[in-house]
Design a protein around this ligand. Structure first.
Ligand code: ZN
Length: 414
């Protein structure tokens, strides 16, 4: 279940929507008729998209050997094309229809027993060794960030925003959580992703490891898309303020391993179609972590850092999983939350529980561009200044998410 940013909804609709065209915002409430966790039709994301035919690799190679120079040049161009947009690149591996998806994918449904199996031991070992090679060591606390140049200085806690090196810069990081608990299969919101692609907006998706396993094609599309970055959102949305020791570390490491598996699959299936460079630009492992429910402990903060992950929270809460939180309120929360010189981090949900999120984006993204804002991924934002980190994890103020520690479902995560 999406738990981030619930508290903020109790504060009522955000104030003011200056600059927004009231003609395009009817202020109506989102599709709150969608049930939260009832038995619903199976998702179509994983099954609906076919992996490309691996035979295409050898066919192309044979073609180069047997033809004249112009044909060779054409074939090489075919293998290393210039992509005018992320859509062009993605359509090398999936059809337009597969990428667009349909609204059925937004729905979560209950599912027992899935996701309890860890990734294969060799994958977990590879994820650990890659972490170690990057200079991190899972057995000790040390800050180590795998994406080159993204070390957030002295940040030793959870990052709320970035104090920009250029105080006149206007950067904003939109983040979308892809949460999936042990007892469900979460959704995927194509309206959000399709709009971001159409508008050319950079964004970061914090994906649960189990969500990636149940949505392999969607996860690979997000990985391959140069607009996007994929961070770690734990395995089954465990409360890492409550979970300890191995159970807590599994939530982090298994997700790293699942990402690695999907990146491997993507390379095997798509490198010949998109060019190796497009694969190489995908980070070998996630470099940032979003704590489920916005809850952490000193132990889990240390563990996240030891796996080379920046703990990234937010300074702008849209409360988009709350029924009744309409597009106008979401857009207003973003616009009123911005501050000069601050690179803000906005938390939203793309697992189908951001009820009015897609509609809000259509309003707020043009307005933000009009105001001169540039949309950046988390790793870009972290490089743009000094991250503001705190020792605790909370929604908007210390202690405001303690309720998640009491619920058995929220405590276990698996
Ligand atoms: Zn979440």
């Amino acid at each position: 279940m999406a738990g981030e940013g619930i508290e903020a909804a109790k504060q009522g609709p955000a104030q003011g929507l200056r600059g927004l065209d009231p003609r395009v915002d009817d202020g109506r409430q989102p599709a709150s008729v969608l049930p939260e966790l009832v038995a619903l039709p199976e998702l179509r994301s994983a099954e609906g998209a076919q992996a490309p035919d691996a035979d295409g690799v050898s066919e192309t190679s044979a073609h180069i050997e047997q033809t004249d120079a112009p044909a060779v040049a054409e074939a090489i161009a075919e293998q290393t094309p210039f992509f005018s947009s992320s859509q062009d690149l993605l359509e090398r591996c999936w059809s337009r229809e597969e990428l667009l998806g349909n609204s059925d994918e937004k729905r979560a449904h209950r599912s027992r027993g899935s996701g309890r199996e860890p990734p294969p031991p060799e994958l977990i070992a590879r994820a650990e060794s890659l972490t170690f090679m990057a200079g991190c060591h899972p057995a000790r606390s040390s800050l180590c960030f795998i994406v080159s140049g993204s070390r957030p200085g002295n940040a030793t806690g959870s990052i709320r925003w970035v104090e920009l090196a250029d105080p006149n810069a206007r950067l904003i990081a939109l983040t979308f959580d892809l949460c999936e608990q042990a007892n469900e299969v979460g959704g995927y919101d194509p309206d959000i992703v399709n709009y971001l692609r159409d508008a050319g907006v950079h964004a970061t998706f914090f994906a649960g490891g189990k969500w990636m396993r149940s949505h392999p094609e969607r996860a690979k599309q997000l990985l391959l898309d140069p607009l996007f970055e994929v961070g770690n959102h734990s395995w089954t949305h465990g409360n890492l303020r409550v979970l300890k020791g191995e159970a807590m570390r599994d939530q982090i490491l298994w997700t790293q391993a699942e990402y690695l598996a999907l990146r491997d699959d993507l390379a095997a299936e798509c490198a010949a179609r998109v060019g190796q460079e497009a694969i190489d630009r995908i980070p070998p492992l996630p470099s940032s972590f979003r704590f489920p429910y916005g809850t952490c402990s000193g132990e889990s903060l240390d563990a996240v850092a030891s796996y080379g992950l920046a703990a990234v929270q937010w300074d702008i809460v849209t409360a988009d999983p709350v029924h009744g939180q309409g597009a106008k309120a979401i857009a207003g929360a973003i616009l009123t939350g911005l501050k000069p010189g601050r690179g803000s981090i906005v938390v939203m949900h793309a697992n189908g529980r951001g009820w009015a999120t897609a509609k809000a984006l259509q309003q707020v993204i043009p307005e933000l561009r009009h105001r001169g804002y540039e949309f950046v991924t988390i790793s870009t934002l972290l490089r743009a200044g000094a991250p503001h980190a705190v020792a605790e994890c909370y929604e908007l103020r210390p202690g405001d998410n303690a309720r998640y520690d009491k619920s058995p479902d929220h405590r276990k995560g698996k």
